[in-house]
Design a protein around this ligand. Structure first.
Ligand SMILES: NC(=O)c1ccc[n+]([C@@H]2O[C@H](COP(=O)([O-])OP(=O)(O)OC[C@H]3O[C@@H](n4cnc5c(N)ncnc54)[C@H](OP(=O)(O)O)[C@@H]3O)[C@@H](O)[C@H]2O)c1
Length: 331
């Protein structure tokens, strides 16, 4: 049984805890919150037995072996570093780190503690539907391009319009559309096609100084991938991957709830429409498999693939931000 500690007590942590309850492989033991009252209330409600409002003590005394970090993006680095130094496995929410410097330092810390495992919680690439999509891409004779779209109006944009600066729209907390939703489309592209040769990002800035939405173009040797993402509009456009005469259609590049292969005769084949009830179920299963048997050769290969993917996504996010001259204070 994987003993789990958590940092961050927003709805996403609740969804993660609900997912681990479905798997029977994790036990929530320890909760950190800035408020002891909230740690205790949130933790007891979810069956935890240890509560902290001091991060050092959480890591020093907590009986957990794996921590799930779901705090604002700019805090991930210090919290993950602390976790690694206390030999706790790290599952950090996307986007793992705010810039390449932080990612490089974390990889150096991991080398010092080789038993510690590191995962980025990029939930959609662990779903059955994404795996079916990847299999279909691998079978296609030719890839001629793709469009990935993930644009959802954020209720927190209402706060921006009212003159506030919620964390997710704040440069101080490494927020913005690229970091928050664009990361899903970047994951789609890098997981399916690898790293592009050149990138460009055209952001639409909002008053808080971050990108509210934007379009990124990834240039691969033989094709182009266009990413559309945003938090200040709703898009209902499907995503597509082009073969020659065949096409894959994806309902939504972030949720991936339905994947349809349209063959050269225009016949539609549904290749992925598994409802996993909790969108984080796939990732917690995949992480548990590796954590429970890290020496297994297949698990080692998969771990390295995921780690490299996370490093590449971090690099690409950073390069896109550089291209658009979008800076965070801790860059
Ligand atoms: N995978 C997904 O589907 C998904 C969905 C949503 C978000 N996320 C990711 O999850 C992470 C958290 O996102 P969120 O929207 O939940 O963030 P958030 O609401 O700004 O903060 C998350 C938690 O961090 C703590 N926190 C908030 N402000 C803080 C501050 N100024 N200093 C220290 N701690 C603070 C709070 O916990 P306490 O009050 O208990 O300390 C809060 O519950 C982000 O990395 C985001 O990208 C992922």
């Amino acid at each position: 049984m994987i003993k789990l500690g958590i940092i961050g007590t927003n709805w996403i942590t609740q969804q993660f805890i609900d997912a681990i309850k479905l798997s029977d492989q994790y036990q929530l033991t320890t909760v950190y919150s800035r408020s002891m009252e909230h740690a205790t209330e949130f933790g007891k409600h979810n069956g935890a037995t240890e509560f902290y409002d001091d991060l050092e003590m959480f890591f020093e005394q907590g009986i957990f072996d794996t921590v799930y970090i779901a705090s604002p993006n700019s805090l991930h680095f210090e919290q993950a570093k602390l976790a690694i130094n206390h030999e706790k496995n790290v599952i950090v929410e996307k986007p793992a780190f705010a810039n390449q410097k932080e990612m490089t330092l974390i990889q150096e810390e991991l080398k010092k503690f080789p038993r510690v495992l590191y995962f980025e919680a990029a939930r959609q690439i662990h779903t059955e539907n994404f795996k079916a999509l990847a299999l279909q891409v691998s079978k296609m004779d030719q890839i001629s391009g793709a469009n990935f779209t993930y644009e959802k109006y954020s209720s927190r944009y209402d706060d921006v319009l009212a003159g506030k600066v919620p964390n997710v729209f704040s440069p101080k907390f490494a927020g913005g559309a690229l970091q928050d939703l664009g990361v899903y489309t970047v994951y789609d592209a890098v997981a399916l096609f690898g790293m592009p040769e050149e990138v460009a990002y055209y952001p639409q800035l909002i008053d808080t100084g971050v990108d509210g939405k934007g379009t990124a173009i990834l240039q691969y040797p033989e094709f182009t991938v266009v990413l559309n993402f945003g938090k200040i509009v709703n898009s209902y456009m499907t995503s597509e991957i082009y073969g020659l005469k065949d096409t894959i259609e994806i309902d939504d590049a972030g949720e991936i709830e339905e994947v349809v292969y349209i063959d050269q005769d225009k016949t539609r084949h549904v290749i992925g429409n598994v409802d996993e009830f909790n969108p984080m179920f796939g990732e917690i299963k995949d992480f548990a498999k590796i954590i429970n048997d890290p020496q297994d050769p297949d698990n080692q290969l998969e771990y390295e693939r995921l780690r490299e993917l996370s490093i590449n996504v971090n690099k690409l996010l950073f390069n896109l931000r550089q291209d658009a001259h979008l800076k965070f204070p801790n860059d």
